[in-house]
Design a binder for this molecule. Structure first.
Ligand SMILES: Cc1cc2nc3c(=O)[nH]c(=O)nc-3n(C[C@H](O)[C@H](O)[C@H](O)COP(=O)(O)O)c2cc1C
Length: 205
């Protein structure tokens, strides 16, 4: 698959086929992630791969709690009609996806000099997001997919993971073989939550 096909066919996936993901596909995706650009060559990405069904079930429980809070917030801000749509959306595939992944960003200790971060320290976090995108596109190129789950209280999961307190969580990711391509559009468009801008906002000066 060429790069542009991978970019345009990539979807945030919440529906997975009941089949395993080969280790070789995961290894390639991790290699792709590790080839990402990073500010000052900081390479701050840290990956925790989750095969354990027990951990995935715990993550799902945390999602349910956070999602209920989000629905209450949506009700306050958006009203009843929209919250009904919100509640109809499937926003994760945590248990169905055969593999899960936490991505963390290891922030350098305060006071360390990291080239490129003096004006904006968040560039370290952005570097980790570059790695996530490379990981994602590699999966797509190999016929697999991924879904980003941000609706989780990551602090509540830390005790299960044993990761250093200073690592900043970026997300939990559901990884596997997509069983739905949402008609070639974002699921949130197909399922009536939002519209996609036809083109990027660009200014030339
Ligand atoms: C930082 C980030 C967090 C996201 N969190 C969630 C999430 O918790 N649940 C979900 O269903 N989708 C989540 N998404 C997926 C977006 O909804 C999705 O990317 C967007 O609707 C466009 O669809 P596409 O990725 O299929 O093009 C997240 C995406 C990003 C970049």
């Amino acid at each position: 698959m060429d790069l542009r096909t991978a970019i345009f066919s990539r979807r945030d996936t919440r529906h997975f086929a009941a089949c395993e993901i080969p280790d070789s596909v995961v290894t390639r995706a991790l290699e792709a992630a590790h080839a990402a650009p990073s500010v000052g060559l900081s390479q701050p990405w840290r990956f925790v791969m989750v095969r354990s069904l027990e951990v995935r079930q715990k993550v799902k429980e945390l999602f349910e709690i956070a999602n209920e809070r989000a629905a209450c917030e949506a009700l306050q801000i958006e009203g009843e009609e929209r919250v009904a749509v919100y509640r109809s959306l499937r926003l994760q595939g945590i248990v169905e996806a055969p593999l899960g992944m936490f991505v963390f960003c290891e922030m350098p200790p305060e006071g360390d000099f990291v080239l490129g971060t003096s004006t904006e320290r968040e560039t370290i976090l952005w570097s980790s997001v570059c790695a996530v995108q490379n990981f994602w596109l590699s999966l797509v190129a190999d016929g697999y997919g991924m879904g980003w789950v941000s609706i989780i209280d990551y602090e509540a999961i830390r005790p299960l993971l044993n990761t250093p307190a200073g690592w900043r969580p970026l997300g939990y990711f559901c990884i596997g073989k997509p069983s739905d391509d949402y008609g070639g559009q974002p699921m949130l468009v197909r399922d009536g939550w939002g519209e996609r801008h036809a083109a990027p906002w660009v200014q030339w000066i």
